[in-house]
Design a binder for this molecule. Structure first.
Ligand SMILES: Cc1cc2nc3c(=O)[nH]c(=O)nc-3n(C[C@H](O)[C@H](O)[C@H](O)COP(=O)(O)OP(=O)(O)OC[C@H]3O[C@@H](n4cnc5c(N)ncnc54)[C@H](O)[C@@H]3O)c2cc1C
Length: 357
């Protein structure tokens, strides 16, 4: 069986981002890489969106940039400008094509469907597959989105609606998210923050249909694309091994309070590339203990007081917009953290949550 210097388990977002980062920086000229990916074909399956707080390799896969966003809750609405950090959406189909086209030119890189097809002795492994089943009784962000197209130009494509809490909450946290890609095309998502074992919340099709028809007032539309996802809002367990690093969601790259993962994956890939020549000795990369601590408090409040969350999010965005974006994208300094913490309503529930599990 064939041996490789490096093995990437899972050719999804983290696996391919890492392979691409290594390839464009000439780290695979004299090293071999096996990518283990069971999927039969690559096609658009997700839309990755985020505030662009750092540069990344995929500007040419962007569907659209926005400089304005809004939040709606029963207690009020807010429109915000974000000129220094545009909100971007990446088309995963374009992303897979761009990376796979480049990787196919290097004979040192090979794809396999199963890790049993290769000799793993003496390889360094980058693993993006959870090592054990994830606990569905914990908190998850689960959602479904549809890209709809309408005949007339009805969307304002200059502004996204980040969170619309004016919908059925069912004792959980629920909002709609609307990304207008053009004046007649938009991605509309129903998003829940809840335990994942509650099937009563998963009637996504009818939730979206109702929102499109009753809230957006759209009766005639066609669906171009559908995506469904579930992001664990806790870190998956992992075993330490000298010759293995976990990457992607399995490697703790999800920001627990938001589900944002894409840019963290890009930063982790860069860190691995910078340290690849001494990868065994490299320090463990994390999003940061500060954010883990603050997010855990936030999520404890969310679990205990779901009904207060629309107002809490609205109040959070009353801080300076760039500070909130930096905070949510793990780029804030201590002054910005304090600014946001001070804006939180009912601070005692957060203080109580520090001490309670
Ligand atoms: C629908 C959806 C939308 C999302 N939107 C956003 C967003 O807007 N912004 C954001 O920041 N984050 C978003 N996320 C979160 C996160 O960015 C993505 O989940 C991202 O794809 C995580 O990358 P990953 O490599 O960890 O996992 P994946 O991209 O899921 O890659 C894992 C790969 O492993 C493969 N695999 C599975 N089993 C095995 C096995 N046994 N052996 C080998 N390979 C295996 C899978 O086929 C897959 O290709 C979204 C997630 C989903 C599901």
């Amino acid at each position: 069986m064939k041996k490789f210097d490096y093995i990437i388990v899972g050719g999804g977002c983290a696996g391919l981002s890492l392979a691409y980062e290594l390839e464009i920086n000439n780290k695979l000229n004299s090293k071999t890489l096996a990518i283990i990916e069971p999927r039969a074909e690559y096609k658009r399956d997700k839309t990755w969106s985020f505030w662009k707080v750092i540069n990344h390799n995929f500007d040419d896969c962007i569907i659209k940039n926005w400089n304005n966003f809004s939040i709606n809750s029963p207690s009020g609405s807010q429109e915000l400008k974000t000129e220094s950090f545009p909100y971007q959406s990446i088309d995963s189909g374009l992303y897979y094509r761009k990376i796979n086209t480049l990787l196919s030119k290097n004979k040192n890189i090979q794809f396999f469907k199963n890790i049993n097809e290769i000799d793993t002795n003496n390889s360094f492994i980058f693993n993006s597959v959870p090592e054990s089943a994830l606990d569905k009784t914990k908190l998850w962000q689960h959602f479904q989105g549809v890209e709809i197209e309408v005949e007339k130009d009805i969307f304002d494509d200059e502004i996204i609606n980040l969170m619309d809490f004016n919908c059925d909450q069912r004792n959980s946290v629920h909002f709609f998210y609307t990304l207008p890609f053009t004046k007649n095309k938009a991605l509309i998502e129903t998003t829940w923050l809840s335990r994942f074992d509650d099937d009563k919340l998963k009637d996504y099709d009818s939730q979206i249909e109702k929102y499109i028809e009753e809230t957006l007032g759209i009766q005639k539309y066609k669906i171009n694309f559908k995506e469904r996802g579930a992001i664990p809002l806790f870190y998956p367990s992992s075993t330490k091994k000298l010759n293995k690093i976990n990457i992607g969601s399995a490697g703790g790259m999800t920001r627990l309070s938001t589900g944002y993962t894409f840019l963290n994956i890009q930063e982790h890939s860069k860190y691995i590339r910078e340290n690849i020549d001494n990868i065994i000795g490299a320090k463990n990369y994390t999003i940061g203990k500060k954010y883990e601590f603050l997010d855990n408090i936030f999520l404890r409040v969310l679990e205990k007081y779901p009904e207060r969350m629309p107002n809490i999010y609205l109040k959070m965005f009353k801080s300076k917009t760039s500070a909130v974006i930096k905070f949510l994208s793990n780029k804030s300094n201590i002054l910005e953290d304090i600014l946001i913490i001070l804006k939180m309503p009912q601070k005692w529930i957060f203080v109580k949550a520090i001490f309670k599990k």
